[in-house]
Design a protein around this ligand. Sequence first.
Ligand code: DX5
Ligand code: ZN
Length: 216
Amino acid sequence: MTKIVSPSMLSANFLNLEKDINMVNDSEAEWFHLDVMDGMYVPNITFGLPIIKQIKQKATKPLDVHLMIQQPERYISDFKAAGADILTIHYEASTHLHKSIQTIKAEGMKAGVAINPHTSVTLLEDILQDVDMVLIMSVNPGFGGQKFIKQTIHKIKRLRIEIESSGAQTMIQVDGGVDNTNAARLYDAGADCLVAGSYVFKANDPKEAISLLKKA
Ligand code: DX5
Ligand code: ZN
């Protein structure tokens, strides 16, 4: 099983972003996780296209963009132009999810679907073959530094079984409250990719923190 680590730049130091980008470039992490929030779909507002465009200039690894915005289909081509390599949209925020997934792929990006803690993995049955990645939220989206919701382990296991039995190639990403105390359980349950924000950036040695997630 793959073990991909995608540090969430939401917890990075925006007064010295280049330093944190270089840290991820030099680390064992595979991707940059970028959380875009619109203040409507989630209560928080973060950053958008101009910042991502600048991160793209310094990042030497793929940009894994997590859109927490209403009607994400409005911005698919804009995020491609800004430099997104993987674009994840929320199941709950998309009216025509199948169509949006096709558009993301037609733009040349990998397509992800995110589900909130209350959304059952069984609802993805008819879209699984079409998506490259399912992002299972292990906190309610909106903020970094929240407590991991334990029920997530059960959801990962169920989705892993569903993926194996359908023959789909879909990856499972877990986002929220991930650290070195739960990483091994998440990989064991069937996760391929872990997102971690505060755990990485609040660590004394962020590169070592990433390394511990890889070794979990
Ligand atoms: C939350 C975001 C997460 C967040 C994770 O809505 O989607 O990516 O940055 O932060 P931690 O790892 O601190 O929970
Ligand atoms: Zn995220």
